[in-house]
Design a protein around this ligand. Structure first.
Ligand SMILES: [Zn+2]
Length: 323
């Protein structure tokens, strides 16, 4: 029997884990955040200790153990290859870089991390760090990093506004700037090498750990900062279907003005559907609300779903991931 979409309850990272976080996930999306400094809601996550759950409190890991390929898909294997977060940056996040699969396997026995961001809200003047400005080699970068704030002169800043999308392949130096709320889809990995933390200190006067050697090992100097242009796939009375990203690890579609749009599902892989404004998933005989900021796991073997609502993002893994 086909499965229904599963509306997920997030796990949170907060307090001392995310000293840069705020309370926007509560004030804008009504989330039940555990702390006034909550940086991350892990909406679709099978990370150990940070699993998202269904309405009955079953973890994503338990749901996959129960449903197997009907949930994950016939061509997706554990560990679950994708992770989806909403991030509230009241302050700047640390400047960081992630390794690719090859380096992460060697150095950490884990997967690497390629990610992408969709800006949900940006205060005027808000910007990201994306890559290193031309003219700096790794030796120059190391010398600047050793002088703390001096490294800021080498960082490339990218102004953003709501609706912008940015792709961050492994090896790209990056940071989310203050005043930005975003959707992040990524390889399910937590390997992060921190370059610089804006000389921030905790209440004991200590900075967070930096990992300069590994960070410089994996940094690519050849990534050009760019905003992504979505490709229009379909436009009709049911709504507008755009492909925003089609990358090595994940695909992300944007579905807008959905009047009665058939959600495309695929027995080979699961999907992750996020409402950016209040919407409804219409199933045979019932409607399941998906509020702004909520995410549903879409099983590979799913009952027919038709969407109503202004804006959704729909992410799914490339085939064969997770081996
Ligand atoms: Zn990152």
């Amino acid at each position: 029997m086909s499965l229904k979409p599963i509306v997920m309850t997030p796990a949170y990272r907060y307090g001392a884990m995310t000293p840069w976080g705020g309370d926007t996930l509560k004030t804008v999306y009504g989330k039940d955040i555990p702390d006034e400094r909550t940086g991350e809601a892990l909406e679709f996550s099978a990370l150990p200790g940070l699993n998202s759950t269904d309405a009955e409190g079953r973890t994503l890991t338990e749901l996959i153990a129960q449903h197997g390929a009907a949930l994950l898909g016939t061509q997706i294997h554990e560990p679950v290859p994708l992770l989806l977060k909403l991030i509230d940056a009241r302050q700047n996040l640390s400047v960081q870089v992630h390794p690719n699969d090859e380096y992460a396997a060697k150095a950490e026995h884990k997967f690497g991390k390629t990610e992408a961001w969709f800006i949900l809200h940006a205060e005027p003047g808000a910007k990201l760090v994306y890559g290193i400005r031309p003219g700096y080699d790794l030796a120059a970068l190391r010398a600047l990093c050793e002088r703390g704030a001096a490294v800021e002169e080498a960082l490339n800043f990218l102004p953003v506004k709501a609706g912008d999308a940015v792709y961050i392949p492994a090896g790209t130096v990056h940071a989310i700037g203050a005043g930005i709320v975003l959707y992040e889809i990524q390889q399910s990995s937590n390997v992060t090498y921190r370059f610089y933390d804006w000389d921030r200190k905790d209440k004991y006067g200590r900075g967070r750990e930096l990992h300069l050697d590994k960070a410089l090992d994996v940094t690519r100097l050849d990534v050009e900062p760019q905003l992504i242009e979505a490709e229009l796939v379909g436009l009709n009375a049911q709504g507008t279907f755009e492909r925003v990203l089609n990358t090595e690890y994940f695909v992300v579609d944007r579905l807008t003005r959905c009047a009665d749009m058939q959600l495309i599902t695929d027995l080979r892989r699961f999907g992750i559907l996020t409402a950016l404004e209040d919407g409804v998933m219409e199933l045979p005989g019932e409607g399941i609300p998906l509020k702004a900021g909520q995410t549903a796991a879409i099983p590979a073997d799913c009952v027919p779903v038709r969407l109503r609502g202004e804006r959704f993002l729909y992410a799914y893994p490339q085939l064969g991931l997770g081996k």
